[in-house]
Structure formats: C-alpha cells, structure tokens
Design a protein around this ligand. Structure first.
Ligand SMILES: *Cc1c(COP(=O)(O)O)cnc(C)c1O
Length: 242
C-alpha cells in the first residue's frame, strides 16, 4: 500500500482534509495573471465539492461545457459564483441557463444570438456573449470564419437584439505541440479583436478576449488575452468514462 492510499484511508479518522484541487498551480496562475486577466476555472466533469474548495480560496469565475451539469451545479453552489458557459450551446437549451449565466463564450450563429436575446427578455436581464472565432487549423472546432463573422456583425438586426451584449471574442488554438502555430493563431484572433471598423458595427464595447487553456495560456497572455479558461491545471485531468 502506498503512502497516498494510507493517507486517504486515515483521513476520515484524523480529520485530514485531502484537497483534490491543485492550490500551488492556482496560486502560481493568479500570480502570472497579476490582475490583468480573468481566470475562468473550468470545472466540467468535476464534482461540486472541488468547485467549493476553489471558491473557498476566493475564486468566483467558473466555466462549464454542458447545460444540464451547469444547471445542477448552479443549484448546489453559492449564488455569487459567476458561471461561464464555454461549450457549444444548442438553441433549445438556452432557456435552462438564461436565468443565471454570467457570460456565454461560444456564440457562433445569429440564430443562437436571437434565442439568447429571447430568453434574456423572458428573464428580464441582459446576457453578455462572446463570439467564437475559428482560429485553429482543425475542422472539428466550432466558431465563425472570416466571412461568417462579417455576415453576422454586418446584419442590421444585430443591434435590435436589445437584451444581449456582445462584449468580446473567444477562440481555441490548435491542439498542437507546435507553439509557433498556436502563437500565430492567437495573434490572428487578437488582430480581429483590435479591428475597430469591423467591430464598431456592434453597438458595444468589445472588452473581453477569451483565449488560452492549460496547455497554452502563457502564450495566449503574451498575445493579449485578458481571460483564460483553465481546467486540468487546477482540477487535474478529466475522466470522461465515469
Ligand atoms: C475544457 C475546456 C477548457 C479547459 O481545458 P484545460 O486544457 O483542461 O485547461 C477551456 N476552454 C474550453 C472551451 C474547454 O472546452
């Protein structure tokens, strides 16, 4: 029996609390962000108790990918958590998170924006959204390409959506060891973010650039990210088979 197993067995007896979150990484990341970027702790597939541990250290922004899981956790956890929806959102599920969601990161169609607006009106709130831009070479990632982005923000009716606010952009770089590729993809997103003529069409100030995950957030920060979405460095590897 190794040490860890022994410790786990004894924990209930002697009151040792075994943390499943990585506090060292958490503190290091906060230091690196240095107040210049928001940390969204990505807690998908992780139990509410892990979220509560990080919450107890002061973390308030958490990110989830699945609607049902997010709705359940919202019920169980403190109400001052800012919940970020970072997955691919289906229109027919917007209603389940509209009452409380803080920011929706992955918006990539006008019809989804319209549905978010509709549900926001029903809940008498304004919902902030980020447009997801396709920056990676990979086919599977969601997001708008250049022409789709132009089409979406060029559509006159976007400003008639009174209860949504497009506050920024989100993107995912290629899942690759080629850090030059990753960096160039982040650079590309930053340049779209900075392109005022394109984005002044939207009547809103673009302030949030959501890019960077556990494997590439340092590069993302160097390239101008002000919101990183970090999961496995904080909560450990995810196990989807459970
Ligand atoms: C899961 C996920 C993350 C976090 O990934 P890690 O590599 O665990 O940090 C960030 N962004 C999105 C969109 C995700 O789906």
């Amino acid at each position: 029996m190794n040490y860890f197993v022994q410790l786990c067995a004894l924990a209930p007896l002697c009151g040792i609390i075994i943390m499943s979150i990585n506090i060292t990484n958490y503190n290091n990341i906060l230091k690196e962000l240095n107040g210049k970027a928001t940390l969204v702790a990505v807690s998908k597939t992780k139990p509410a108790s892990d979220i509560q541990e990080l919450y107890n250290l002061g973390q308030r922004d958490f990110g989830e990918n699945y609607v049902q899981e997010l709705a359940d956790k919202y019920e169980q956890l403190p109400k001052d958590i800012r919940w970020h929806f970072i997955g691919h959102l289906q229109s027919n599920k917007v209603k389940y998170i509209a009452p409380f969601v803080h920011l929706i990161h992955g918006v990539d169609s006008f019809s989804l924006l319209k549905e978010i607006n509709k549900q926001a009106i029903k809940n008498n709130r304004i919902i902030d959204c980020l447009l997801q831009i396709h920056i990676s070479k990979e086919e599977t990632k969601f997001g708008l390409d250049d022409s789709e982005l132009h089409e979406l923000i060029g559509s006159a009716s976007i400003n008639q959506l009174t209860n949504i606010r497009v506050t920024g952009l989100m993107g995912m770089a290629s899942f690759s060891d080629d850090m030059n590729l990753v960096r160039s993809e982040f650079k590309n997103l930053k340049s779209i973010f900075n392109n005022n003529t394109l984005l002044s069409t939207i009547n809103h100030q673009l302030s949030t650039l959501s890019m960077g995950m556990s494997g590439d957030y340092k590069i993302a920060l160097e390239e101008g990210s002000n919101m990183v979405r970090i999961g496995s460095l904080l909560f450990g590897e995810r196990n989807y088979s459970k």
